[in-house]
Ligand binder design. Structure first.
Ligand SMILES: O=C1CCCN[C@@H]1CCCn1cnc2cc(F)c(F)cc2c1=O
Ligand SMILES: [Mg+2]
Length: 485
């Protein structure tokens, strides 16, 4: 698995499956829709988790852990679970040979598991705000074609659940969390996202509104919902009787939000940055940032080369740069280059006899293939500059590509044309559901229908009299449309 068979621009789905396997992120499992996350995937997940966990702790969110099993009676209480979700719920019905008298659902999301205890724990206003989060798995027996990280029947995520005395606090925290999600994508994964609000049709049934960070995959022309925050209003509080005695001694219902991101983040990063040599890792999430490879020439000073490689790794590690030495003598340098390129390591250092003489090393960038010689004296400083430059360059290149995919349109004809060109369509919309239904019906194909992705917070000018691209009614907002995962 040192060379990919599929090309990213020719057969994206197969290219993607090959990359996640050949880069050793994923191992296939013998149950459809389930995948093994290998160490290099877990290392990326843990890097994101470390950032996000430390940030939410600054917001006084506390981590908890609720059981992953829920009684049918609780699950039913939330009508959102009865609508489109019913088919996705997985159940435990037996233990050993005997049937369980009460069937247990596996957690697809934890509102109905947690909120009976929110009701029990929240009595007075001093019990608020209650801000809990859990890092766990979730199970949804989805039927769409399984895609590692993007659509799997079990995934890792965090789910945060806030309960507040006032509506403003719930809104405010949800916006703070959405900004953390943007930072996860743009500052760590170097993936550009758009902050926006989901349409009513795309909003979770238990929420009054859903905000999202939307990513986009130029190769397929599909959007990806990167992470979500929901403002739940008092809908769950009503159903689960989550009330408190306010300062005036009156009974009031709490205002809630919930928010989550999952291992889908990793899939989006692979899709955006990968190339025909394999994975391309943003340095911030690369467990190995620099791989040092000895390139001996016949037996000229082989020991000297090895010693210099070792010293180079030590110097970089002392500077908190994650460097590794590949001293396997069973592999030729060329085979090593291919393997570490497949794994997406941002920088490679090659050391040959002539580099010893010139007191230099040869550095090769994974993002743009550039080959540069740097003097040993400037090593640490130069490598740190390269890593920062690669992180920024990967984001800039991805943002440029994503922006080139954005197409502003004003008519249905233009919409269809842009969709065929796999664009992320920005259109003036009357905000009426039957337009979404109509567009879905008229655009259904093997990649699925076009739908609203989000209405961006950052709204362009909407001149008086602008008409909805589809209904011709007065447009209310600019909205992104496209196919999506
Ligand atoms: O999206 C989030 C963030 C983390 C906390 N939960 C919210 C809403 C999840 C919405 N959702 C999403 N999918 C579901 C699938 C199911 F099978 C099911 F029973 C329930 C759900 C379900 O509630
Ligand atoms: Mg779903």
């Amino acid at each position: 698995f040192l060379k990919l068979i599929n090309r990213k621009d020719q057969n994206f789905q197969h290219w993607y499956s090959e990359v996640v396997f050949s880069a050793k992120l994923i191992e296939h499992y013998d149950i459809s829709g389930l995948y093994i996350l290998r160490p290099s995937a877990v290392e990326i997940w843990e890097t994101l988790q470390a950032f996000f966990d430390s940030e939410i702790k600054k917001m006084n969110v506390e981590n908890c852990y609720f059981p992953m099993f829920v009684l049918d009676s609780h699950l039913k209480k939330e009508e959102a679970h009865n609508s489109g979700f019913k088919q996705e719920v997985a159940w435990v019905t037996k233990s050993g040979q005997s049937d369980l008298e009460a069937h247990l659902a596996l957690r697809p999301s934890s509102e109905t598991i947690m909120y009976p205890y929110y009701s029990k724990w929240i009595r007075g206003h001093r019990d608020l705000p209650l801000k809990l989060n859990q890092w766990c798995n979730a199970v949804r027996w989805v039927v769409g074609d399984p895609t590692p990280f993007i659509r799997s029947r079990e995934f890792l995520w965090q789910e945060g659940h806030g309960a507040f005395a006032t509506e403003d606090e719930a809104h405010a925290e949800a916006l703070e969390i959405l900004e953390l999600y943007r930072r996860i994508y743009e500052e760590y994964l170097a993936v550009p996202v758009i902050k926006g609000t989901k349409s009513e049709m795309e909003t979770f049934g238990g929420a009054i509104y859903t905000n999202t960070v939307e990513a986009f995959i130029p190769n397929t022309g599909c959007g990806i919902q990167g992470a979500t925050t929901h403002c739940l209003g008092q809908k769950f509080a009503e159903k689960f009787e989550v009330k408190f005695e306010d300062k005036k001694g009156e009974k009031a219902m709490v205002w809630q939000n919930s928010w989550g991101y999952s291992t889908r983040t990793i899939g989006a990063m692979v899709m955006v940055h990968g190339d025909d040599k394999g994975l391309v890792l943003p340095p911030k999430v690369a467990s190995t940032q620099v791989i040092v490879i000895p390139v001996p020439y016949k037996d000229v000073d082989t020991q000297g080369i090895y010693d210099t490689c070792k010293a180079t790794v030590n110097m970089l590690c002392e500077a908190k740069i994650r460097a590794e030495l590949d001293s396997r003598d069973s592999y030729s340098p060329e085979k090593k280059y291919s393997e570490w390129e497949m794994k997406g390591v941002p920088l490679r250092i090659e050391i040959r006899p002539m580099d010893l003489e010139n007191k230099q090393v040869c550095v090769v960038r994974r993002d743009n293939g550039a080959k540069i010689h740097i003097a040993n004296a400037d090593l640490v400083e130069e490598i740190r500059k390269f890593l920062n430059n690669i992180q920024q360059n990967m984001f800039d290149v991805a943002k440029q590509k994503r922006d080139e995919c954005i197409q502003v349109i004003h008519t249905w004809e233009e919409f269809k044309e842009a969709l065929n060109q796999r664009k992320m369509i920005l259109a003036p919309w009357c905000d009426e559901k039957d337009v979404e239904l109509d567009v879905k019906r008229k655009t259904e194909n093997e990649m699925g229908p076009a739908k609203t992705l989000c209405s961006p917070f950052d709204q362009p000018e909407l001149p008086e009299g602008t008409k909805c691209f589809k209904s011709g009614k007065p447009a209310k907002k600019w909205t992104y449309w496209g196919r999506s995962y």
